[in-house]
Design a protein around this ligand. Structure first.
Ligand code: GSH
Length: 218
């Protein structure tokens, strides 16, 4: 059996897939592709030039939510979806919120500018960071009652909502502004304190690049 993930080391979406693979105990191999490279990449099996892409014994799948759902269904190990309808719906809702409203401000604006660019020796665009913090605020506000409700983000066992949101939160809170914004949401902050210590997060931490080492953060 062969499981290859076309990924970029610093991709938050690729980390979501890596965290699911880790949580399920699946052996896999990474194939590095830089989606931010201006040179293009003929080997990347993604029609929109993104990562990650899963290749499982020749079956090619892209879009992170689809990949994670597939891995959960196709492999044994812990089940990463909720079976109660309300919890299942909430799980999908958190994933949808993270994708549609969280990723851009939390990762591409706050993290990429305040943290990643700094690691590369570049300066942040302060207006972009400020906009990211403004646009991340309603995301945290929406997730706070979800974390308090107890259907998902429960700190008791993992599901795909935990694994989808956590890599984005890990990026966001590396910026001091992100950490302060999260601290104002006690239930969500409590979830993050638990989540960041899980093996799936510790073992998939990509770190930060050295000076001049990478082309993009995402
Ligand atoms: N909808 C895609 C989003 C994947 C995505 O945006 N990946 C980023 C890296 S985290 C990427 O490849 N960005 C390249 C670009 O924006 O050109 C998914 O769910 O997999």
């Amino acid at each position: 059996m062969s499981i290859v993930v076309q990924r970029y080391r610093y991709s938050v979406y690729a980390r979501i897939v890596a965290a699911v693979l880790q949580a399920k105990g699946i052996i896999w191999r990474a194939e590095e592709h830089d989606p931010f490279s201006q040179a293009g990449d003929d080997g990347l099996r993604h029609p929109f030039g993104r990562v990650p892409v899963l290749i499982h014994d020749g079956f090619v799948l892209y879009e992170t939510r689809a990949i994670c759902t597939y891995l959960d269904a196709a492999f044994g190990g812990p089940e990463l979806h909720r079976s109660a309808p309300a919890a299942l719906g909430r799980m999908q809702q958190v994933i949808g919120i993270a994708d549609a409203y969280g990723y851009w401000p939390m990762v591409r604006q706050v993290f990429a500018h305040r943290v990643f660019r700094t690691a590369l020796g570049e300066s942040a665009d302060e207006a972009v960071v400020a906009q990211g913090i403004r646009d991340a605020a309603p995301v945290l506000t929406a997730l706070e009652p979800v974390a308090a409700e107890g259907l998902v983000l429960t700190r008791q066992g993992l599901d795909l909502a935990d694994l989808h949101l956590a890599p984005m939160m890990a990026a966001f809170v590396q910026a001091p502004e992100g950490a302060s914004a999260l601290a104002a949401c006690p239930a969500l902050a409590g979830w993050w304190q638990w989540m960041r210590d899980q093996a799936c997060m510790i073992e998939t931490d990509p770190g930060l690049p050295g000076l001049g080492e990478a082309t993009g953060a995402g």
